[in-house]
Design a protein around this ligand. Structure first.
Ligand SMILES: Nc1ncnc2c1ncn2[C@@H]1O[C@H](COP(=O)(O)OP(=O)(O)OP(=O)(O)O)[C@@H](O)[C@H]1O
Length: 238
């Protein structure tokens, strides 16, 4: 695994009257899990989509190891993103879906079995996606993102729909990924769940970074929940 930091500088995006992302700057370091937190509508998904070129920013930049996503030589080998779990065709099986994406991405067919094992999809591998629960879809989306054996994972609310065992499994998975040198940027509303796994946190509110810091700095603030409610309230009043 190569060490690839994510560097975001001055990102901004407006949709008509809505300033979804006003000015977002932060770094997510290799070997660390960085939590990206904020209220509904704070601008998390828009920021993550701009990182991987799905939404064009009005201003600012996002780079992976110094290179914007669009200029990466091996995009799927550098960044795996789980941003939207609705994309799989309902009549395909999980294996069929992964084989298609492996072929499209030029990945070895054997990688399909590897990602199925990595994400615990074996029991559902030959079932049609139509009947998948949200948790199964999350695992399939993660498996798809892992096909290229990326150095970086960008995950938007990946624990939505996962049962308690699934949440525990995901936490262990991303911890191991970061401990092996990978970079993880993960958004969530569920503060308690993130607190267990993050090395650092970026808090956004109304499209601006309100606070960012390490796990140790977070502890000085009394933990994630205390910091969040203190600062998010200040942000609302400002
Ligand atoms: N394609 C779009 N067109 C118009 N407005 C949009 C679009 N995408 C996002 N927005 C608006 O931009 C703001 C930020 O949305 P975004 O989805 O980035 O927030 P979020 O922090 O991910 O929220 P949530 O936690 O609810 O997913 C919201 O006001 C949203 O309604």
């Amino acid at each position: 695994m190569s060490a690839v930091d994510i560097e975001v500088a001055g990102l901004a995006k407006r949709f008509g009257q809505v300033e979804a992302v006003h000015d977002v700057t932060f770094t997510a370091k290799a070997g660390q899990v960085t939590g990206f937190i904020g209220a509904n509508g704070a601008g998390k998904s828009t920021t993550l989509r701009m990182l991987v070129g799905l939404t064009a920013p009005d201003r600012g930049s996002a780079e992976f190891g110094g290179t914007p996503y669009r200029d990466l030589v091996d995009p799927s080998g550098t960044v795996g993103a789980v941003l939207d779990i609705a994309g799989a065709h309902p009549s395909m099986t999980a294996v069929g879906h992964l084989r298609t994406y492996a072929a499209l991405g030029g990945h070895a067919p054997a990688r399909v079995d590897e990602v199925i094992t990595l994400t615990g999809l074996e029991p559902y591998a030959h079932r049609r996606i139509r009947g998948f629960s949200t948790g199964m879809r999350q695992r399939l989306a993660l498996a798809t993102a892992l096909l290229g054996d990326p150095d970086v994972l960008v995950l938007d609310e990946p624990s939505n729909g996962l049962d308690p065992a699934g949440i525990m499994w995901l936490r262990l998975f991303i911890r191991r990924f970061a401990d092996a040198g990978g970079t993880v940027l993960i958004s969530s509303h569920v503060l308690a769940e993130l607190e267990q796994v993050v090395d650092g946190v970026v808090l956004i509110e109304r499209g601006r970074v309100l606070w960012s810091g390490s796990r140790a700095q977070l502890a000085e603030q009394g933990g994630l929940e205390a910091m969040y409610f203190q600062l998010a309230t200040i942000g609302e009043l400002a």
